[in-house]
Write a protein that binds this ligand. Structure first.
Ligand code: BTN
Length: 229
């Protein structure tokens, strides 16, 4: 069960960093959330802008699933399900960006430390405008017209996650595919036109060219071009 203990902070450098620093004092399943983060971290060393009114949390888990991709699938499918409760039809842009109308509404940063996994989630809740990212980012406010309490989204995540804790790897995989935003999309891979044809059970992306295909890992591809234009 997750979310039995939830630690609330007004401000933290980063909820992921807090969990990593206090790993020994926290039980598995604990969630740490902050109203704002001073240096929110995104994937690939990016910054995650963390203004008040949005949701930032990290979930601590013991490392016990079969593959790292399990965590990616679990976190992203649970997030999609949680956002549906707020009227949003979200999709997963490989590996774990959460998209609505082709724009990113939430991001997940999964880190490992010792025998633990830290799943950090950021959801754009109340932002009304994304200056330079207008075509790339969105928020629940922009999509629904309503401002929600970020904690209501967190509680939906906890509920949904606990309901789905027993999902098998295969069930997770099927749900992940159903909600995929990338399968069938055309991309330009190193100057060549290609189509994304599959995501394997191990979490590799299959991209097909005219007469061949190639498997790439989530560290090797960014899919930057797959935003609504
Ligand atoms: C991404 O899409 O690049 C991942 C963004 C993850 C942001 C969340 S906010 C809570 C947690 N703490 C952090 O510093 N980052 C994650």
């Amino acid at each position: 069960m997750i979310g039995k203990d939830i630690l609330f902070f007004n401000s933290l450098t980063s909820t992921n960093e807090y969990v990593k620093k206090h790993l020994d004092e926290l039980d598995a399943g604990t969630i740490v959330t902050a109203k704002q983060q001073i240096s929110g971290k995104g994937r690939r060393g990016r910054t995650w802008i963390s203004n008040q009114g949005n949701l930032f949390f990290s979930l601590l888990l013991e490392k016990d699933y079969e593959s790292n991709f399990s965590y990616v699938m679990r976190a992203s499918t649970v997030l999609v399900r949680s956002l549906a409760e707020f009227g949003l039809d979200a999709k997963i842009k490989y590996p774990n960006d959460i998209m609505v109308r082709g724009r990113k509404i939430a991001g997940i940063l999964i880190e490992a430390k010792a025998d633990h996994i830290i799943i950090g989630v950021g959801v754009n809740v109340k932002e009304e405008k994304f200056e330079t990212l207008e075509k790339k980012a969105t928020s629940i406010k922009i999509e629904t017209g309503h401002i929600f309490d970020p904690l209501d989204i967190l509680y939906a995540f906890v509920k949904s996650c606990n309901e789905k804790l027993d999902d098998t790897e295969e069930q997770l995989y099927q749900k992940y595919l159903i909600h995929s935003y990338v399968i069938g999309k055309e991309i330009n891979y190193k100057g060549q036109k290609a189509t994304i044809t599959k995501i394997t059970r191990k979490g590799l992306l299959q991209i097909s060219f005219d007469d061949t295909f190639r498997l790439v890992s989530m560290d090797d591809i960014t899919l930057e071009e797959l935003y609504y234009d």
